[in-house]
Every structure is written in structure tokens, then in C-alpha cells.
Design a protein around this ligand. Structure first.
Ligand SMILES: [Zn+2]
Length: 261
């Protein structure tokens, strides 16, 4: 039985630890200190580091972890991360023998040029590409790339558990309600997520079925979103990539911009 546990870092990052009470793998350790604290406290031996993309808040703890544990570091082949020992791209797999876990690699460029996701055993680790009710900013990729990447994730099985890199859910829901005010699933989600946050509980993981029902960036074919996107740009839009690009730009200006969101 695998446990997936968030370790908080910086303002709103989640570093995900996959463990079986003996061995552990860590996804996107931006900071080593809270990870080492957790591993010591739970008496876990680290067996692998997995990175989704090169941003420092996802890889900044690699070197310090490697001083304590000599383990393989998996990461995107298309990005330069000095500590990566196993560069990966779509079609590759990671076999974490100690955890009896196999994860497939999916290329999901857009937030960064070589961003990858890890998927297997009903788990998806998608870094800063798909967020609960949102998606990452386009720092290095095009709207077409990000749209295609999100579509690859949207067709994963409904029950897939979605582990994202940040706690952005509530702000994302506020934006989603502006884009698609007639979606009743959003108000329901908002009250559920507010309740979790009030108890200090992360809003993650999400699921693919929930994202398909609530995430405006996965719903560019919905009439209300098509109309909202057209109103935002001041002309009628028909193709999904233009609609995606319009609402991504809209989101950039919607609330106090935060770096990754
Ligand atoms: Zn990032």
C-alpha cells in the first residue's frame, strides 16, 4: 500500500512523497529541509528523486538530498537540470522497485519547454502544468503546446488522482466562476475546498473527472466558455486553441499575479 503525502515548502508548493513506510520517492523537492525532516520523522529511506521541470522551486533541494542519500534523479530530457541522472521523455518508464511502482512519462510542454508528467497506478504527478481548476503559466511554450499537453492529461481515466505542484485551487475557482458562471459544479467545489482549507487540509489531490467537470482550461468546447473568451478578446472565437489562449491571457491579469499560476 502506497501513501502519497504532501510536504509543504515556500509559500504554496507541495512536494509529494510516495512511501510504503520503509522506502520513499520524492517528487519535485524544491527545498530539501522539510523533506529530510519528514524522512527522519517517518524513518524512511529515500530511493529516488523525480523532477517534472527545471524551475528551482521544484529542483532546488536535489543536491542537498543527494548528500544524504545516493539515489537516481529522474527528470526531463529536454531540460538542463545538473543533478539528473536519468533523463526521460515520453515513452520512458520509471520502475521504483522498492515501492513496487511503475510510472510512465508523458511529455507535457507549455509551462516549460520540456515539462514531463509521471503517471501510473492511478496517480498523476503533473508539476505546474495541470492545477486543480487551472493550469500553469506559459513561460517557455505556446498556447498550442499547453492545450495539447492538457488534452493528453484530460483523457486519462476518470479516477486518476491528480497531484499538482501548488495550492492554487481557491484562486483558480474564483477565475473559473468568472469564465463559466453557469457551471454549478464550481460553487459546490468552492465550498468543499474552502472547508478543507479552513481545516488546514490540502485541496489536493484532485481527480481527472473533477478537472474535466470544473477546469475551464479543459472545457474550451463549452458554449459559455467560448462566449466568455470571445467577450474578453472582443471578437468571436471558434477554435479551441484560440479560446484556450484567450482565457490563459485573461487569467494572467485576473488576480494579483503569482509566479507560477
Ligand atoms: Zn514551474
Amino acid at each position: 500500500m502506497l501513501n502519497i503525502v504532501p510536504v509543504r515548502a515556500f509559500t504554496d508548493n507541495y512536494i509529494w512523497i510516495i512511501h510504503n513506510h520503509r522506502h520513499a520517492a520524492v517528487v519535485d523537492p524544491g527545498d530539501a529541509i522539510p523533506v529530510l525532516d519528514f524522512l527522519r520523522h517517518e524513518d524512511l529511506q529515500l530511493v529516488a528523486i523525480l523532477n517534472t521541470h527545471h524551475h528551482n522551486d521544484h529542483v532546488g533541494g536535489n543536491a542537498a538530498l543527494l548528500k544524504e542519500f545516493s539515489v537516481p534523479v529522474y527528470g526531463p530530457a529536454q531540460e538542463s537540470i545538473p543533478t539528473v541522472t536519468h533523463p526521460l521523455s515520453e515513452g520512458d518508464s520509471v520502475h521504483l522497485v522498492e515501492l513496487a511502482l511503475a510510472l510512465k512519462v508523458i511529455d507535457i510542454p507549455g509551462h516549460t519547454a520540456g515539462h514531463i508528467a509521471y503517471y501510473g497506478a492511478n496517480l498523476l504527478f503533473c508539476g505546474d502544468t495541470l492545477f486543480a481548476c487551472g493550469c500553469g503559466r506559459l513561460f517557455e511554450g505556446t498556447a498550442q503546446q499547453m492545450y495539447s499537453s492538457l488534452q493528453k492529461l484530460a483523457i486519462l481515466p476518470d479516477a486518476t488522482q491528480v497531484y499538482c505542484g501548488h495550492e492554487y485551487t481557491l484562486a483558480n475557482i474564483h477565475f473559473a466562476k468568472a469564465v463559466e458562471p453557469g457551471n454549478p459544479a464550481l460553487s459546490k467545489l468552492e465550498s468543499e475546498m474552502k472547508s478543507l482549507l479552513a481545516q488546514g487540509i490540502p485541496t489536493l489531490p484532485s481527480t481527472i473527472i473533477r478537472e474535466n467537470a470544473t477546469n475551464p482550461f479543459l472545457r474550451c468546447n463549452q458554449l459559455e466558455i467560448i462566449q466568455s473568451a470571445g467577450s474578453y478578446v472582443g471578437s468571436s472565437l471558434t477554435d479551441p486553441v484560440s479560446i484556450f489562449a484567450a482565457i490563459r491571457n485573461w487569467k494572467n491579469d485576473f488576480v494579483t499575479p503569482r509566479r507560477e499560476q
